[in-house]
Design a binder for this molecule. Structure first.
Ligand SMILES: Cc1cc2nc3c(=O)[nH]c(=O)nc-3n(C[C@H](O)[C@H](O)[C@H](O)COP(=O)(O)O)c2cc1C
Length: 310
């Protein structure tokens, strides 16, 4: 149950998912939310999106997993997580006490595995499932599900067939045409899309003359990717009819507002949580200040305002 905490000019309802503020947290950058409780009031975040959860526990990648880059970072954590049983038994009971929607980000090796996990998570306390389709499709030589419309559709259908929850599909930017994938997952029944996941990148240590990251390549996040993310939200918003959760390098309210103007109904704070664990709360306050300065009565007024013909 969501308690009204903010000025209700920020309240949104995306396809039945009600939030006090359109500012959420990006998966993998906010733990399970509980780790951040000493820094901010979790009930002042629109929704908590938990770290990528898999059917079985995963130990993640070996070697160095993160490195700073100009205006961002590269990571190859490799979905280290304690697995779905632990999440359901240990984490969810604690999360249930927090009055904000809980979005569980899921990952798997095959559409069947995604389906099985969605079914297991179809329980009280989980408000939405976010499907990470940037994972390698083991049967298709490790190509990420999200890079091909057919495999993305297979995953979405497997999840939709096994859950009663609101389903968000998280799109990968590592594609030629993100609109094609967005339309495919919308047609497959996804209730919303979130974008963008990290951009594939790499760094080489010139002293060792070797890649820095244990996994060689990693995902670039932070301000460096924001213009790419804004462009992709703007393109997807002109094609789909389902709500968009925008993310990628959001560090302040002004950044968040760009995403709303590009067509996002909600946004997520990711890498920014690492430098300021209170950032999500600060951004909600900053959005209200922008609304006051511009005479905006409801956040809905600016969603998609920069799109052509609006
Ligand atoms: C350390 C780290 C771990 C992440 N783990 C996940 C994950 O488990 N599942 C997922 O869908 N995205 C994951 N992401 C991607 C973020 O949720 C987000 O889409 C991306 O970082 C872009 O936003 P940002 O630039 O604000 O960080 C991760 C990102 C980082 C930096």
């Amino acid at each position: 149950m969501v308690k009204p905490l903010y000025d209700n000019r920020l309240a949104i309802n995306i396809g039945g998912l009600k939030m006090n503020t359109p500012v959420t947290t990006a998966s993998g950058t906010f733990g399970f939310g509980l780790e951040f409780q000493d820094f901010l009031d979790l009930e002042k975040v629109g929704a908590v999106t938990v770290k990528g959860t898999t059917l079985e526990p995963r130990s993640g990648n070996k070697g160095q997993r993160a490195v700073e880059t100009p205006a961002g970072m590269l990571n190859c954590v490799g979905l280290e997580n304690p697995g779905s049983d632990y999440f359901l038994q240990e984490t969810l009971p604690k999360l249930k006490k927090i009055a904000v929607p809980i979005i569980v980000n899921i990952a798997g090796n095959s559409p069947e595995e995604y389906g099985k996990l969605a079914k297991k998570l179809d329980v009280d306390g989980v408000d939405a499932i976010e499907i990470n389709i940037s994972c390698p499709n083991v049967k298709q030589g490790g190509l990420a599900f999200g890079t091909c419309p057919d495999s993305a559709v297979e995953v979405v259908k497997a999840v939709k067939a096994n859950t009663s929850k609101f389903v968000i599909t998280k799109l990968s930017p590592n594609v030629t045409d993100i609109v094609e994938i967005a339309l495919a997952v919308e047609n497959a029944g996804s209730d919303a899309v979130s974008l963008i996941n990290t951009v594939l990148g790499m760094k080489i240590d010139i002293a060792r003359q070797q890649p820095v990251l244990g996994n060689v390549m990693g995902g670039l996040s932070g301000p460096a990717i924001r213009p790419v993310a804004v462009r992709m939200v703007y393109q997807v918003a002109q094609a789909v009819h389902i709500p968009i959760i925008g993310m990628g390098g959001i560090m302040c309210a002004a950044d968040a507002i760009e995403f709303f103007l590009a067509g996002a109904s909600a946004i997520a704070v990711g890498t920014g949580n690492f430098s300021d664990p209170r950032l999500a709360e600060t951004i909600s306050k900053g959005i209200l200040e922008y609304m006051d300065a511009h005479g905006i009565k409801n956040i809905q007024e600016i969603i998609g305002k920069a799109l052509p013909n609006r």
